[in-house]
Design a binder for this molecule. Structure first.
Ligand code: AMP
Length: 506
């Protein structure tokens, strides 16, 4: 039996699957690829990967290819040959690429020629097969193996804000559950057109956008990278139906909108109005951003919560009331519970750790049985995120590790404080962390990016904050920085922020 993604693609043969707009991936003209193209090229790639073998038998194939048709056909080719796809990040420096290749035990590397210089030496050193996407593919396609959906499909390396990244292994079955859950909740159809602007080594870009689109038989319009003006140009064309992004991207789109002429602003707003759904996730969506976006686009962003290990777990509804600051309720096929430190269920209104169970939950951390065992409690995956249920809706309070701060015995949420600080007229961006302190356990500290030409003293900041926050939540130290440290996904790396505070006090 073929993989379900492949069987479904066969139903959409002549439809456009991937569209690469002009100027992207060196395309001088817009390039459209049908599902038939996808199926044919991916079977050629599978044949090439197999060489004389009948089945890659879960060999890991690491690949580094910019967003576009070649990325997708390589990913599908690996799957159709029975391999495990290990997508690498186009912006990672050599040590990070080497780590993923070594940790996954990849036996083959597939690279776009742009990355030959960085990857060929790694392949040579490790004696791995090295393939360039520019190589000529075989005309004759061999008989491809039957790949059971229980087999491993994908290894994604998690952001790694703590320790070394872990390889999250999902099976074809997990992917099917993650995708069908979103397709039913957000009512994807084959007439959808989505703009893809997210990284393709991360669940958001791979599952929520790319694989959902291709599963549904929809069109996925792939930009090679995020550029606010290019995104707005595409939105202005008025033919997109769906858009998904992280909060930082919405912030950048808002800034570009504010800099546009009033004529262009009208076209931007009209383009948004043509869409049926705009989604935010992968990080907390500040209420101010949600409100500003609503005033610009007319869309009340649908915020959802998920994680590489579990796919998407909680979502505001497609129809019905969405609440700002909340991530809604469990998605189809997903079981969610909140537990206290002793593993007992907490009642509504009491914070607890989010634990998740069901077919969307990953199989294991790659070759790390200890970490896998530690991550589960009675068959439930422990997310390390705290949430509270209020009026039936989940509100994320932050990660148990860094965003939840224990100060003077009080448990406070860094996200909650940041939300307030962002409403200060002089503060552009901020990151709140807990810094170890002998008296308080942890002190609440805030790194701030100020608006241009503004200054802020601790005194005036604290007297302003007293109006907004319980006194124990108010940062006792502030540090003005040019920009916040972020990882490749654009998330603020809180351990680095903590280090900034240590460095500034020494
Ligand atoms: P990742 O595996 O890189 O997608 O990161 C997952 C983590 O992102 C989760 O464990 C949460 O801490 C965070 N996250 C995802 N969605 C949200 C959201 N809507 N609000 C707050 N945090 C989120």
């Amino acid at each position: 039996m073929n993989l379900p993604l492949i069987t479904r693609a066969q139903e959409h043969n002549e439809k456009i699957a991937i569209l690469v707009p002009r100027g992207c991936a060196n395309a001088t003209n817009e390039r459209a690829f049908t599902y038939r193209d996808l199926l044919h090229t991916s079977s050629q790639i599978a044949t090439f990967l197999l060489k004389d073998a009948e089945d890659l038998q879960e060999q890991r194939v690491a690949f580094l290819i910019p967003p576009g048709f070649e990325y997708v056909t390589t990913q599908w080719g690996i799957w159709r040959a029975g391999g495990i796809a290990v997508p690498l990040c186009v912006s990672h420096p050599r040590p990070e690429l080497e780590y993923a290749i070594a940790n996954s035990g990849a036996s083959i590397i597939v690279a776009h020629p742009n990355f030959e210089a960085i990857l060929r030496p790694i392949a040579q050193e490790k004696n791995l097969r090295f393939i360039l996407t520019s190589e000529t593919l075989p005309d004759r396609v061999c008989r491809l193996p039957e790949v059971d959906i229980a087999r491993r499909a994908l290894i994604l390396y998690t952001s790694g804000t703590t320790g070394k990244p872990k390889g999250v292994v999902t099976t074809h079955y997990n992917i099917q559950a993650q995708v069908t859950s979103l397709i039913s909740a957000w009512e994807w159809t084959s007439s959808e057109r989505i703009l893809h602007i997210l990284p393709l080594h991360h669940i958001h870009g791979i599952i929520n956008v790319l694989t959902c689109a291709l599963w549904a038989g929809a069109e996925c319009h792939m930009l090679s990278k995020f550029d606010a003006e290019v995104v707005w140009n595409r939105i202005c064309e008025g033919d997109l139906t769906l858009f998904m992004a992280v909060p930082t991207i919405y912030v950048k789109l808002i800034a570009a909108w504010e800099n546009a002429s009033s004529e262009r602003q009208k076209r931007m707003t009209a383009g948004c109005a043509k869409m049926r759904l705009m989604v935010s996730g992968s990080a907390a969506l500040p209420v101010q951003v949600l409100e500003k976006w609503q005033s610009i686009s007319g869309h009340f962003l649908l915020e959802r919560y998920g994680m590489t290990e579990i796919g998407m777990a909680l979502s505001n509804p497609l129809h019905g009331q969405r609440y700002s600051g909340y991530v809604g309720q469990p998605l189809p096929q997903v079981e969610v519970r909140l537990v206290d430190e002793g593993g007992e269920l907490v009642p509504p209104g009491t914070p607890g750790e989010i634990q998740v169970k069901g077919p969307t939950v990953f199989l294991e951390y790659w070759q790390n049985p200890q970490a896998t065992a530690k991550a589960f409690q009675d068959g439930w995956f422990c997310t390390g995120d705290l949430a509270v249920v209020e009026n039936g809706n989940y509100r994320i309070l932050g990660r148990m590790s860094v965003d939840i701060i224990k100060t003077g015995g009080y448990k406070v949420s860094a996200l909650e404080i940041e939300e307030v600080l962002r409403s200060h007229p002089d503060i552009q961006e901020c990151a709140v962390v807990g810094v170890a302190d002998p008296e308080w356990g942890e002190r609440v500290c805030a790194a701030l990016v100020l608006q241009p030409q503004r200054q802020l003293t601790l005194e005036s900041f604290r007297s302003w904050a007293k109006e907004q926050l319980a006194v124990y939540k108010i940062p006792t130290r502030i540090l003005t920085v040019e920009e916040l440290p972020r990882n490749a996904m654009g998330k603020v790396t809180k351990p680095t922020v903590v280090e900034l505070f240590h460095a500034s006090s020494s």
